[in-house]
Design a binder for this molecule. Sequence first.
Ligand code: NAD
Length: 329
Amino acid sequence: MERELAVVGGGGGFIGGFLARNLLEQGYRVRSVDIKPLDEWYQVHPDAENLSLDLKSLDNCRRAYEGADRIYQLAADMGGMGFIENNKCLCMLSVLTTTHSLMVAQEIGVKRFFYSSSACVYNADKQKSEDVVPLKEADAYPAMPEDGYGWEKLFTERMCRHFREDFNVPARMARFHNVYGPHGTYDGGREKAPAAICRKVIQAKLSGNHEIEIWGDGKQTRSFMYIDDCIKGVNMITDSDDVLDAINLGSDELTTINGLVDIVEDIAGIKLERKYKLDAPKGVNGRNSDNTRIQAELGWAPSIRLRDGMERTYAWIYDQITSGVPSPA
Ligand code: NAD
């Protein structure tokens, strides 16, 4: 019997690159699709079919998903707070990507459809204090998500739901909370806090200028999920017949940004003078994932502690910087 074809939209990106590798390991035929030219992909798997296409176009979606049994729609124009606070329109245009992906999914009758939503869908009023109450799925409503990026994710989640309810597209949606790990961007404006902090600590260590700039006052609280836990969760959610509505996929190990800097300093064996940039984009004051539903419904829980995941991430970024490889954009 021919193996199923899994298509990863955004396969040239950070999470898509790991997902494509994992699907190959599981025995799927894999097609990865990304708007970036192939030489800018974070990972290129020679055993997959790799296509550079803009999935905002309906025709390109037809080409990308031809013959697909499974669609994993991760493509989005996004980045850390520095990017999403300054590029709201670009973030919202990703609505075309998932809309057209869903339309083609319906046309071809895919067996599974996965969509990567985000914790940025949560109501900002519930994230005003560093002293957080973890966000449970119902906290997305009444809606007041992150401007631009969060509104697009919340709208698209609902569209996935309606394609499922009205047209039987088997859509599953996860709300990712801060995913990190090696093989991602760590410089250039789209990087997120874990990679940015690793880069800054490494640069301070290598240059001898023992200072670090931190965005905000460092007291913001967050949780960070290591990439391996994310991929495991994506598989469980996509394959579930019961988890229909958008579900949290994130770590519930809470830290402050200062705490994250402590961890990276410890890994690097260095202490830095902290300079706080209070007018920099810093996002909400506090956010954590309530994992009650995913634990109860799928038995998923994060398995990699922040310290361990950061050690692997730091080691990869250190190797990249010291070997002179430019950061993936
Ligand atoms: P990423 O930027 O590394 O990957 C996204 C990929 O999508 C990029 O390679 C980009 O080139 C591609 N893309 C953008 N527009 C496209 C288009 N029109 N056609 C084809 N490809 C296009 O980001 P990531 O961290 O791997 O995130 C993957 C998904 O997970 C995204 O949907 C993102 O919103 C979501 N997410 C990520 C995080 C996180 O912490 N990394 C958190 C919440 C949600």
